[in-house]
Design a binder for this molecule. Structure first.
Ligand SMILES: Nc1ncnc2c1ncn2[C@@H]1O[C@H](COP(=O)(O)OP(=O)(O)O)[C@@H](O)[C@H]1O
Ligand SMILES: [Mg+2]
Length: 251
């Protein structure tokens, strides 16, 4: 099993306040890692540091054997790291199919879109992606008519058109119904293996269904790491969530 992503002593400090503190992480190719921890633990910042959205104070990020520290956001995407943001990226007045096509070719110019789509093997990839995110029956629907869950799945699909080796998602099930969350876990389990995923999530039922390994962050550091059952029963973890129902209260 080979490592696809490695964080070595990654640190982000604002003045005297250290948000991500000498943080180390190793993710194996094809695994689904859940990043947990209370609010302010440094989860989103860690994703920002991996994707180059924020600059590290110190440390190193190795992706696919390559040091990507200090690369621009754009170049990091080109290395094969995709990210789904919480801010909606779907065009409301385009169909699901057209949204995916635009994501694939990265142009809204209809002519260029057609040319690039034909050249890049778009049709086959689009079909694959549509099946992965389960939107086969919604291809002709306008983006604006999708439910909250469907919008999230379309966005995941849009990131997938670029075929990222590593996919980062911050709270993907936020605002979803129980049924939508269930379907999302099925999608993630389909993505595993072919893609490596890092998912920040609070819904412990969901985490239990998708996670291979959990990394629990606290104050910018790893508090515990391992399979769900192990982390849950770790006394240090119980201490952090003292006075609460336990890990499932992590918000
Ligand atoms: N620009 C900033 N200046 C100072 N502190 C910041 C800044 N951005 C985020 N923080 C702090 O960094 C900590 C970690 O934030 P974040 O990574 O968003 O945590 P999480 O996603 O785990 O909830 C928080 O305490 C937050 O207040
Ligand atoms: Mg966050």
């Amino acid at each position: 099993m080979s490592t696809i992503l490695e964080l070595q002593g990654v640190t982000k400090a604002y003045d005297q306040y250290t948000v991500v503190d000498n943080f180390n992480l190793q993710v194996t190719m094809g695994e689904l890692r859940c990043l947990l921890g209370p609010n302010g633990a440094g989860k989103t910042t860690t994703m920002d540091l991996i994707t180059g959205r924020q600059k590290m104070t110190s440390g190193k990020v190795i992706f696919n054997g390559r040091n990507i520290s200090g690369m621009t956001e754009h170049r990091i995407v080109q290395q094969g790291i995709g990210r789904k943001f919480q801010i909606p990226a779907v065009f409301k007045d385009l169909t699901v199919r057209d949204n995916l096509q635009v994501a694939f070719t990265r142009t809204t110019n209809p002519f260029m879109n057609m040319v690039e789509f034909g050249r890049g093997g778009g049709r086959a990839r689009l079909q694959e992606v549509v099946e992965l995110v389960g939107l086969e029956k919604r291809l002709d629907e306008l983006g604006g008519n999708l439910s909250h869950g469907e919008t999230q799945w379309l966005e995941i699909g849009m990131v997938l058109t670029q075929n990222p080796k590593l996919l980062l998602m911050d709270e993907p099930t936020a605002g979803m119904t129980e049924q939508e969350t269930q379907k999302t876990s099925e999608i993630f389990n389909r993505l595993k293996g072919e893609h490596t995923l890092i998912v920040v999530e609070h819904d412990m039922t969901f985490v239990r269904e998708i996670a291979d390994i959990i990394t629990l962050m606290h104050l910018g550091k790893t508090l515990a790491e391992g399979p769900m059952d192990e982390v849950e029963n770790n006394p240090k973890v119980r201490e952090v969530y003292l006075g609460t129902e336990g890990i499932s209260d992590a918000a």
